[in-house]
Design a protein around this ligand. Sequence first.
Ligand SMILES: [Zn+2]
Length: 297
Amino acid sequence: MKPITLGRMRVHKVHEMDSPVPLLSQLPGTTADDLKRLLTWYDQPDEITSDPETSLMTFSVHSWVIEIDGRTIMIDTCDGNHKNRSLDAVHQLDTDYLGNLRRAGFAPEEIDMVMCTHLHFDHVGWNTRLENGKWVPTFPNARYVFTRRDYDYFKTNPPGEPLSWEAFCDSIVPVMEAGQGELVEADFVAHREIGDGIWLEPAFGHSPGCCTIHAKADGQPALFWGDVVHHPVQLIRHDLPFAFDADAATARRVRKATLERAADDDLLCFPAHFRRSSAGRVKRDGEAFRYEWIDNN
Ligand SMILES: [Zn+2]
């Protein structure tokens, strides 16, 4: 995929893998009518059928890399390689993520900052890599920023969160021990020029401290919404609880507000898990929304 230029920013996608799971395991309550409506603008035959029982939700897992004013900032770091996980689909992966990063034009040493929208396993994995049996930061020159709220929650090994605890131990702790991690508040500013910048905004709900990342640099504003929305069908059913939202009611409110803002402010959106070009725009569609992917392949 070609990079997307927005004013002084260039945004690159670095793909790790696609993860298909049964749709109803993620979004119980999705109906055949919802899928009929979705199929009018998301025709993905390997994933969505007219029957919720046989439909999949296929997550693209990828990072976004922003180049701005001579700095290189990575948003979210996927699952990672060689990690022990209590979920078969992500256990002991061996993907060519770093090859994809190189093909996008970046060596690990060139990443100046890593920002994680939240601390779930599929957003922090490449924070570290295995070297001589030890987890070391993958990006040796980067400052890694984590929201304090998620950090304080996941460090307690919370009940029902084994995957995130596994990730905390091998993908967060080694970064902190290497002195490259920084705990920040949910309104942290990563980069600032007059009127422009890159900054966090609270979007709590999916996890206790999850944030969206906003970016603007003499061009159209960009929104990296992390896991506020996982899949296009949630633009139609933003009211349905997602199976892995920590606080489903709050997450639902945040999802709706984020979609409304994206549509009304014409934000260019960079979802964490949409397929195809991933990037696109949210449009209002009656009481719901639809998504228009930008065509830049
Ligand atoms: Zn995710």
